[in-house]
Design a protein around this ligand. Structure first.
Ligand SMILES: N[C@@H](CCC(=O)N[C@@H](CS)C(=O)NCC(=O)O)C(=O)O
Length: 308
């Protein structure tokens, strides 16, 4: 089985997956995508889902790191990542939403963004801003005023500093919560202006070092065209336990055409026929004119499904 990750170096949610791949010692193929649209070889595979990262296994495409992480734990036959249960999964969700918004607000402050983008031309900066405005249409990604974000972040660091005695957030082995918290810290650490915010916290520093030490696993580069061809030449594998849970789906039925949309930003619906809707994932089957049959997987939380 070939694991393909579509990502770009500066993407923090991609870093969550890269470090998890390192921790799980999985081999993978790396497709570097541009940080802004268009992504012409990827969109036929994802059905228009445009957030980063996206994981592909043949003709099965995983959108959103929640469902990517679960798939990777399964592939690696790992039984510890989710062993802490509800508390760890909810901390992960907090980090991927609240903490994410806080660190984005910090890194998008004028001085911080100028430091980050100093190598880019004025046109490239304008193109980036235009792309992200399109992504967030109607639902701002940075909703936290910078001064508030700084105060919130300090409080988080203070409590994090005293919560790492076991080595990781839920004990001696990493849980899903660690990967979600880590990618946000990594984002701040990578910004030349904001990096110093992490300096006063020795336990946080050691923790980041432990996470960083997992590396990114063994990977080879693959072109977007090659990944597109692999998707085209494969048939999707039906998910385990494919069923439509009537408690979630209400009146929607398997086989019905639906649109699956993120409920935060990047809300464009991905259209396909409903294969599975259970607590662990939503799956739709798409028949794409370029790449044929593709199954696209989404998490249940953070997405909505509607008949089209
Ligand atoms: N909930 C998503 C969030 C992904 C996300 O927001 N990724 C950022 C990059 S770190 C993004 O998509 N930015 C816009 C883009 O890459 O086009 C997940 O867990 O995968």
């Amino acid at each position: 089985m070939t694991l393909i990750l579509h990502h770009y170096p500066a993407s923090l949610f991609s870093e969550k997956i890269r470090v998890l791949l390192g921790y799980l010692r999985l081999d993978w193929q790396s497709v570097i995508i541009p940080p802004i649209m268009p992504r012409p070889f990827l969109m036929p595979l994802s059905g228009g889902y445009r957030k980063t990262p996206i994981m592909q296994i043949g003709a099965n495409v995983y959108c959103d790191t929640q469902v990517i992480c679960r798939a990777l734990a399964r592939v690696a036959d790992n039984s510890t990542l989710y062993a802490a249960g509800f508390p760890a999964e909810r901390v992960a969700q907090w980090a991927d939403s609240d903490l994410f918004r806080t660190v984005v607000a910090l890194n998008f402050r004028e001085a911080a963004i100028a430091a980050q983008m100093s190598q880019l031309s004025a046109e490239a900066v304008a193109a980036f801003q235009k792309d992200r405005a399109e992504l967030s249409a109607g639902a701002p990604i940075v909703g936290v005023p910078p001064a508030a974000a700084e105060a919130h972040f300090l409080e988080y660091l203070q409590t994090l500093e005293t919560s790492l005695e076991g080595g990781f957030l839920f004990g001696e082995v990493p849980s899903i919560a660690d990967f979600s918290v880590y990618h946000c810290l990594w984002f701040v650490d990578g910004n030349p202006v904001n990096k110093s915010m992490l300096a006063d916290w020795p336990n946080v520093q050691d923790y980041m070092e432990r996470m960083r030490a997992f590396g990114h696993g063994r990977f080879m580069q693959l072109s977007a065209e090659q990944a597109h061809a692999l998707g085209k030449n494969a048939e999707p594998i039906a998910p385990a336990n494919a069923r439509v849970d009537a408690r979630l789906a209400l009146n929607l039925k398997a086989g019905q055409n639906v649109g699956v949309s993120a409920t935060d930003y990047g809300r464009n619906p991905i259209i396909g026929s409903l294969v599975k809707w259970a607590a662990e994932e939503i799956v739709v089957l798409r028949k794409d004119p370029e790449v044929g049959n593709i199954m696209v997987h989404f998490p249940n939380t953070g997405f909505s499904v509607a008949a089209v």
